[in-house]
Design a protein around this ligand. Structure first.
Ligand code: ATP
Ligand code: MG
Length: 404
């Protein structure tokens, strides 16, 4: 057993988490911090959440603590609530049988932490630390790989990936987010187990892919996905020539996915298939559709018409997208921003006369002519926003004849 690295300090563990571990140990059970939180602490980062692994079974935990939520009893997971803080505790387990790379078909509870660490994906995620006794359990030398910046499977890479087809994508995700290298045997195993990755539910793929996409090194991540063959499995439509731009773009899923799917007529379908939220599907599809910018020599009226057509809210992401690609004409951003700062009317809702007022001015009830009139007024104010007053618009209606 190795001595703890200097960055493991009990002060970095929230007191509620410490209390849970102490409570479990006082009840006669073993309890450790495991997984991502130990990895992050060893890297000198503050973890997002602290996962506890224990020899206590869910029923034991329920007896020891006042407030316990049965979040995933069948997998041995419960959530203890201490002063409003939620702490997940999972019973030591080893997942023996896997069916077709899906979720484990059977969960076996274990008495020892080593078995639990042995079912985890990568060596850096298979380290346990007891902040009370300061014991560190690192049977697969995760600390060595962490320090060397290597993503390496626990035990046999082929076996790990055949058990769970999501792990290859997780390997690439961690390599991207942490700027680590894929250990060569681990990388080779990805390409040899693509048939198992293919069966993984898109929801699980989505979660990992978004983390990769939003990483500062997303360009490298996408390239790793391509090189390993994963990209061809779940996103063959990706536009490789835009990968460089993705890493330069803001860390926003809409802008980055619009770049990944640039030139792709079925961008929306791909987004839906990848389980992005509907709003992101719509926005990516709109950005891809409206990607062409107007001529930089356009008049203000032409620019307002363009903003009206794309919807002004899309101007900012579109400018960022072009900036990332290096395809934003000089001075274009400043012009658009100056124009938007004047808050010109761009939609019929912004007209100084509403539908009712237009009907009154025309002396008619609801009819197709109202629609034509509204469109005519919008045309007018897009050309000249100073015309957007009730009087000017009413006068314009007086001069207007409905189309036959
Ligand atoms: P993040 O910081 O992104 O949350 P994480 O390591 O905490 O990273 P989680 O998905 O939260 O990742 O999983 C927590 C831990 O559970 C991992 O560190 C790993 O030990 C284990 N784990 C998660 N998913 C798998 C998997 N598919 N196969 C094996 N072990 C896994
Ligand atoms: Mg986590």
């Amino acid at each position: 057993m190795k001595a703890p690295m200097p960055s493991l300090h009990v002060e970095h563990v929230p007191s509620a988490v410490q209390e849970v571990i102490q409570g479990l140990q006082a009840g006669g059970f073993r309890a450790f911090l495991v997984g991502g939180c130990v990895r992050d602490l060893l890297r000198g980062q503050l973890p997002k959440d602290f996962d506890v692994a224990s020899s206590a079974k869910p029923a034991d935990v329920q007896k020891l603590f006042k407030k316990v939520i049965p979040t995933g009893i069948e997998h041995g997971t419960v959530t203890i609530v201490v002063r409003g803080v939620h702490v997940e505790v999972t019973t030591f387990r080893a997942e023996a049988e896997y069916v077709d790379g899906r979720r484990p078909s059977k969960v076996e509870f274990h008495e020892d932490i080593e078995a639990d660490l042995g079912r985890r994906d990568f060596t850096m995620n298979a380290i346990a630390w007891d902040p009370v006794s300061k014991e560190l359990v690192d049977p697969f030398f995760g600390q060595v790989d962490l320090q060397a910046g290597i993503v390496r499977c626990v035990r046999d890479a082929m076996e790990r990936f055949l058990e769970d087809g999501l792990r290859p994508l997780r390997a690439v995700r961690f390599a991207t987010v942490l700027d680590f290298q894929l250990e060569p045997i681990t990388e080779a195993a990805i390409t040899q187990t693509l048939h198992v990755f293919r069966k993984v539910a898109q929801e699980r793929v989505h979660q990992e892919f978004v983390k990769l996409l939003l990483a500062p090194s997303a360009t490298r991540g996408l390239e790793l996905l391509r090189r390993t063959g994963l990209l061809g499995e779940f996103l063959p439509e990706a536009t490789l020539t835009e990968f460089e731009a993705v890493g330069r773009a803001p860390r926003d899923e809409v802008i980055r996915m619009a770049l990944v799917l640039l030139g792709q007529p079925k961008a929306r379908e791909v987004m839906v298939r990848l389980k992005f939220p509907t709003k992101s599907c719509d926005e990516v599809s709109a950005l891809v559709t409206h990607v062409t910018l107007p001529d930089p020599a356009s008049t203000d009226a032409q620019l307002r018409r363009w903003l009206a057509r794309i919807d002004a809210v899309r101007a900012a992401p579109l400018l960022s997208l072009h900036e990332a690609r290096g395809s934003l004409p000089d001075g274009f951003r400043a012009r658009v921003e100056a124009l938007l700062a004047t808050a010109p009317p761009l939609t019929t809702r912004q007209l100084a006369l509403d539908g009712k007022a237009i009907m009154t001015a025309l002396g008619t009830g609801p009819s197709p002519a109202i629609g034509h009139a509204t469109r005519h007024l919008l045309d007018l104010v897009l050309d000249d926003p100073s015309q957007n007053t009730p009087d000017a618009l009413a006068a314009a209606l007086g001069r207007w004849t409905p189309p036959k």
